[in-house]
Design a protein around this ligand. Sequence first.
Ligand code: ATP
Length: 574
Amino acid sequence: MFEMISRIYQIAGSSRKKITVGILCNILKSFFQSFMMLSVFLIMLNLDTLTSSIILKAVTIILISILGRFFFQWMSDRTMSGTGYDIFRDYRLEIGERLKQAPMGYFSEQNLGTIQTILTTTIADLEGYSMMAIEQMTSGVAMAFLMSFMMFFFNPIIGTLSMIGLVIGLTVLRLVRQRAAEHSPIYQAAQENLVNKCLEYIRGIAVLRSFSNGKSGQQEVHTAFQKKWDADYSQEKATAGVLRLYGLVYKLMSCVLIAAAGILYMDGKISLPFCMTFLFCAFTVYSDLETMGNSAFLSKKINTELDRLEEVTNIPQMDTTTDKLHPSNYEISLKDVSFGYGSRRIIDHISLNIPEHTTCAIVGPSGSGKTTLCNLIARFWDVQEGSVCIGGQNVKDYTADSVLDCISMVFQKVYLFHDTIENNIKFGKPDASLEEVMEAAKRACCHDFIMALPDGYQTVIGESGSTLSGGEKQRISIARAILKDAPIVILDEATSSVDPENEQALLSAIEELTKNKTLISIAHRLSTVQKADQIIVIDNGHVKQKGTHDQLSKKDGIYRNFLKLRVEATGWQL
Ligand SMILES: Nc1ncnc2c1ncn2[C@@H]1O[C@H](COP(=O)(O)OP(=O)(O)OP(=O)(O)O)[C@@H](O)[C@H]1O
């Protein structure tokens, strides 16, 4: 229990003070609640000689107890109710910042499900439950402890018995927490698996439908739901028994207190008023503790969820510096660069130089490492050996954001946000005016089709650009890059062929984008390759050939074979 509270404290930041005030208010609330027993005692003590002044005193005590309890409950609600949302709003922002600094490799399909579960379900659970659990636990223990202490003051035997009840109850509570500890990770894993499978199913729905009528994917989602149900059910089953036992302990201990008070009275050790007061206390001393069982269970669940949060906040960070890259020129040079995903080496001792304002086409078989090489230049990943320099500055010594400020990337797989066309283009320069957006769109040859849409630039694009054609999406992504106007352009040419009209528009858009830039393109079109100032042929992570089209096409080697195959496959003409 204290572990959970202390962990929430650690991440609470500026909300720590509020939690402390909230806990103090809960303790004071319990104090006023226990205070009620004095009025019972007063009436019992004067039962034979009741006067209006005694009743007035008793009523005053009850009123003070009720008002005190109400006031501190209100204070506790005021300070703690929104605090969970404050803490985890800040935490969400922190996770966002960390994800921005994480290497691209972190964003595997597996991790996407985990991140999604954490940012939605896990944090929502923590926002809703954490403060409630702290409140219930602190008031439950405080109330039982304070009442036991007061009883001890009146009669040490009854006070000690009441304390023993508290200790036994808390020991059984450990059992509840142990059970929760066993089941929470299973529950969490089942939840993440379910999110992963649902995401996979929705993303791949077109493929699933066309190949298997959607049935095989459905089966996986069904199994994930079944696993989640199993996890819920076994968690419920495992803890229900111990939770009942926990409640039973307090009921039995109340009976023990009643019996003890009766015996002490019969033995003449205590008078009737004391006996009656203890009977009253026996019914109320553990009342808040009984409702604490669920919170104890929750506290373990919260601990597991905090573990998951820590995993995300401990993701590797790329930036160890705050220096921003401001190179004097935009020449790109790679010196003896090696890199691999895990233990698999993909780039092996590559060196190359791309002078400013020149174009470099990277060609090579599928899987040879072309995209990986571009990702290293953009510092999506850090090289494992060697160096990548822009204008003579090693990109590793500067923040990833500032490196990307110098680069516009146009990916083959275009990602558009579920937002207006204007905002999607503006993504390249958030403070751009509509006129600037339109100018970029005109240069990217997409102004006309945008204006033909019902709401023009305000048309909201469906999720991932699903309402636009492939060529239209590509040109919008080029308009975005034109607006950004970065001195280096990394272009992954689309392999899929587009209709001739679209193709021409696309080529004009690319030409506009790459004017006077340092251009690296993963080239698939002969026209791009032919025009390049230098061509790099990569195979199996090595630079196999370097030169211009004229030089390479005259030499035996991969490039010539590649050209031959391309001509045969796509009808390229040299
Ligand atoms: N994030 C990743 N984690 C592990 N392996 C990866 C990752 N990305 C790429 N690879 C592997 O690295 C190798 C090189 O991939 P890369 O995408 O750089 O090749 P490519 O030449 O661009 O291929 P293509 O022309 O088909 O796009 C491939 O075998 C690929 O499976």
